[in-house]
Design a protein around this ligand. Sequence first.
Ligand code: NAG
Ligand code: NAG
Ligand code: NAG
Ligand code: NAG
Length: 488
Amino acid sequence: MAGKRHGSWHLRMLVLVSTVVVMRAASRDYGDALSKSILFFEGQRSGKLPPTQRVTWRRDSALADGFGQGVDLVGGYYDAGDNVKFNFPMAFSTTMLAWSITEFGKSMVGTSDLQHALEAIRWSTDYFLKATSLPGVVFAQVGEPNSDHSCWERPEDMDTPRISYAVTEKSPGSEVSAEIAAALAASSIVFKSFDRGYSRLLLQRASKVFDFADTYRGSYNDSIGQWVCPFYCDNSGYQDELLWAAAWLHKATKATFYWTYVTENIHNLSSFTEFGWDAKHAGINVLISKYILINSLDSAPFLQNADKLVCSILPESPTLGVEYSPGGLLFKPGLCNMQHSTSLSFLLLAYARYLKSANKVVQCDNVVATPSRLIRFARGQVDYILGKNPPNTSYMVGYGRKFPQRIHHRGSSLPSVGQHPEHIDCKGGTPYFSSNEDNPNLLIGAVVGGPDINDSYADSRADFAHSEPTTYVNAPLVGLLAYFRAHS
Ligand SMILES: *[C@@H]1O[C@H](CO)[C@@H](O)[C@H](O)[C@H]1NC(C)=O
Ligand SMILES: *[C@@H]1O[C@H](CO)[C@@H](O)[C@H](O)[C@H]1NC(C)=O
Ligand SMILES: *[C@@H]1O[C@H](CO)[C@@H](O)[C@H](O)[C@H]1NC(C)=O
Ligand SMILES: *[C@@H]1O[C@H](CO)[C@@H](O)[C@H](O)[C@H]1NC(C)=O
């Protein structure tokens, strides 16, 4: 008996030791990546930077945004490698940052990561409070995008027209207004336990902006399309944003009105498997499924739709609707592929946890997808991004031994104001854009559009589809990294 017990103990030790060794070799430093993924947002800040700013090669910029139209629109984020404030994707990024914290932030309590994540959300919500302060008006964008995109200029030097574009009762924009309402409602949940007054303010504004979006229906394509298209054209319509906002408002208030709104209108949406700054369909179903599973409510069509999402993504599913590179990165058509990897992984991870607590699995025809399979899937995508891929490259700037050096980002690629205080004008930046040198300023935490479908990455500044970082790649990644830091 004793011998046997001793033997099995010995065996267990051996297994334990070898597991530790394997884990070491394969595991990523999720904590380091998490801190960096949040730091990235400081590099994207527009407006007057606070004394606590850690990305010190950036300085104040766009300090008179909105003034020409008699409003204060200073603040917010640049979406990517340019200097326009596109409120539609900015709002989606904010909603996803807030969801990252409400869903996966528990393990961050008491850490500086949480403090910084709250600051990242507030940087946005403070701006959205300004953008929605006039009744009957929602500001949708600041910066004339065509002249901005034809210059390679630091935000601190910007001299292109900073025109503000608004949607109104007469020229509505339900997608941008509803996404801002979703961002404010989701953020109000985050701030509930940290700043009750601020949380209440965000929620009140969210419900007003939702009313505006719902009462005056229309797409900003039709009202300000000349400036939002082709950059952030609304291709998937505005009904998904209205439902998404109502789903977040329901989560924040538990009011029957919003529940009824979602359940009565969900049948208007025909696609279930899209999720990103333009298409909220899959996110609505996953978000609502938590409430349904907790309260054992009638699941149709939310769980069925969420299951279809899972079955469209898992590589072994017979109804697969996405592609994979040989190295395992998820691919969908279009620019900035990494946004699909992070946002869809986020949904699968969130859904896995809801299913797990309800003891459920997903059935993709004859293939069973367990919650732990979904979690493993999400971790695989995150690990790929952090360097577990054929060229062994991390796609996060400043993380790991090898990472992108020539990202498509004006501020990162031009010398900083500290190094080069003289103004660099619109075309004065062209030599820096065309140079083969590495960028002088590390935008730490930025995750680029990523490799091509054969797992290769050119690291070319001109190749913006692959080398440009965006806020909506990072925002869901914050939640994924928070989870894997706590569970690995
Ligand atoms: C927005 O514009 C794009 C491009 O013109 C078009 O494909 C899309 O259908 C439009 N969306 C809506 C909701 O009008
Ligand atoms: C959903 O469709 C119904 C019937 O066409 C319509 O009355 C309703 O306004 C739509 N809801 C939304 C949010 O667009
Ligand atoms: C990447 O790392 C793996 C495992 O350490 C190694 O086998 C492979 O040769 C590396 N590939 C490159 C391109 O360095
Ligand atoms: C990937 O590789 C395949 C097969 O070699 C090739 O046909 C395809 O053009 C490549 N795609 C890209 C984006 O390089």
